[in-house]
Structure formats: C-alpha cells, structure tokens
Write a protein that binds this ligand. Sequence first.
Ligand code: PLP
Length: 372
Amino acid sequence: MSRVWNFSAGPAALPESVLRRAAEEMLDWQGKGLSVMEMSHRSPEYTAIFEKTRNDFRQLLSVPDSHEVLFMQGGAVGMNAIVPLNLLKGYEQAAFINTGAWSKKTIKEFSKYGLPRVVLENSNALGDTAAASYVPDCSSLLNRVNGQQMAYLHYCDNETISGVEFTGQIEAIARQFDCPVVSDMSSNILSKPLDVSKYGVIYGGAQKNVGPAGVTIVVIDKSLLNCALPICPSAFTFGTVAENGSMYNTPPTYSIYIAGLVFEWLIELGGVNWASRQADQKAGLLYSTIEQSSFYNCPVRKQDRSRMNVPFTLADDSLNAKFLGQAAERGLVQLKGHKSVGGMRASIYNAMPLEGVQALVAFMREFEQKEA
Ligand SMILES: *Cc1c(COP(=O)(O)O)cnc(C)c1O
C-alpha cells in the first residue's frame, strides 16, 4: 500500500501514526473487546478517553481556567448561527471583519438574527479578485467598534479559500474592545501558540487541523455562558453544553477519540511551538519556490500569506489540467484551487510532513522547466 501526499483543504490528511493506531484499536480497544465506536458515551472507558482528549487540548493551547472547552456538532458553518443565538441577549448587532469567503458566509447567516456591522474589509472580500488579497489595516478598529453596542466582534483568523491569515493583529488589541472577540480558527487552530485569555470565543471544525469531520471545538470565556437567546436550541446552548460536560446529547464519540490521538501525537512532537516552527519551514519552502519562479504566482500580499493554505496560479491557465494530472501521477493530490479563486491550492496543515512539501516543490520545479 502506498499513501499519497494529500493537500486537501478539508477533510484533510491525518498523521499516519494516528491512523495506524486507530486501525489497531478498531475492533478491540485496549483489551475491552469492542470498538470505541460501540462504546456508550457514559461508560468509564469512553469517559477516560474523553477527559484525556479535553485535557490534552487544554494543555496544547494553554487554556486558562477562565475558559471552557466544549466539543459540539454542526461545524463552523453551524457556528455561524450558534454564536449569535448564544451571544445576542440584550443586543441587536455585532461587528464583523470581512476578509473573504468564510467571513462573508458568517455575516450573511448573522443577518437572520441581528444586524451585521462590517467594520473592516479587504478588497478581496469586496469581490475585487484582481487586487492582492491581504489583511486590512486594523489600526482604526477600536474606534469603529467601541461605544457601538456590539454583542461581539467576529473575524476569521485564516481564510482557507484565499489563503489570507492574521498574524496576531486582533489578539494584540483584543482586550481593548468593549465587546468580546470571536474567532473562526477552523483552518489554523493548533498551528501556533495563542493567548486564549484574550478571546471571548474561539471555534473550529475539526477536519482541517484537528481530526475527522463531525466535531467542532469551542473555547469560550465562562462569563459568556449565560448570554443565549431563549430560542437557542438546548443542544447548541453553550451554557447547557458546558454544564453537562459536552454530553448534554451524545457527542461525536469516534471523531473526538481520533482528535485525542492527534493531540497525543502533537504533544509528543512538541505541541503548538513545534507546529508553528514546522509551518514556517513548510510554508517558507513553498512560498520561496513560488517567489523564485516567474511561472508560479501567489496572489496574497507577502506578510499576510497563510501558513496553512497556499494558493498559487500557473502563468498559463490552460496548463492547469496537465499540472494536476502529472502531480496526481506522482501521488500529489487535491491541489486544485477553490472554484472561486482558480489555480491551485496546497493545504499544508500539521499532519503534512515537510517531506510532502519537498515532493511538491520538486514536482513544481520540474513542471516549470518543461512547460515554461
Ligand atoms: C472549513 C471552514 C469552515 C466550514 O466548516 P464546516 O465544518 O464545513 O462547517 C468555516 N470556516 C473556515 C475558516 C473553514 O476553513
């Protein structure tokens, strides 16, 4: 059996050692004679798995006692409704930074529940695809948000589709807002250390950097557990989920178990500091290859380039199919860019080894030599 280098944006590659361990434990988990999939979520065996997973996540991100970690369902798209239903008590509006497709989707869904106020956006978000994608200048944000009766300020820390990533701009000023900051970190959570204490809510679907699809991780300031609208469904009410230890209803038990194996793997390698150094190395190699060539181009402004999702185009779009076909022959798969951006996108989350990026870069250089 030979495994491919999978550059999918999500569901994405998982560490091979995690998959091997899951395979070993599939039929008989630690001598108990059953699969984790078949366990009651209230059994002592599953409780042990669950608590270790939650503790390991807390350890990885140094989550302070002021914050609760919840395992929920519905994905990040579900959170676009769940967050307003949970935080809008006593408010009619929230503030949004629009940096691309995922921000836009969040803003659109919010308008079912309240009035979205877009306080900052980049030209990419405005639909001007010819302009470079970038993180907009955040210096005016405090003035635009404070004193405006906002329930919260929402932004997307890494725009998975266009490959635009914040590098701490919001975290640096988060405490100066008079409302909590909510961050969609679906595609870059666990790729860098965070000061969790500065955020009201951090959330992310698991299928990019954490584990399989089906579980959404929510990190929430405990002071926000009682701000839900009365119509918020109980299974999606942060306070109710927290009171019941994420077991108000049956959680996605197997996805959480796999996420737990990923956390163990990451802790063993050196945690988020290791992940961050590795991301620098992998993204650095890929972007410098693009920079050094006149055949490949990355549309994102240099300092705002995502370390997780690397979009790039070829000099001639008519070569796209050939590029993808030859890459696949080498076992380099899922490189096609999102339909809204075109070109290519290489997603290089924690589970993608440097070796995979080296293989991609070697192929890119060869392809350029032949076709340019
Ligand atoms: C993938 C992604 C989503 C959507 O996640 P679902 O699990 O499909 O709901 C939302 N936001 C970002 C930043 C993403 O990368």
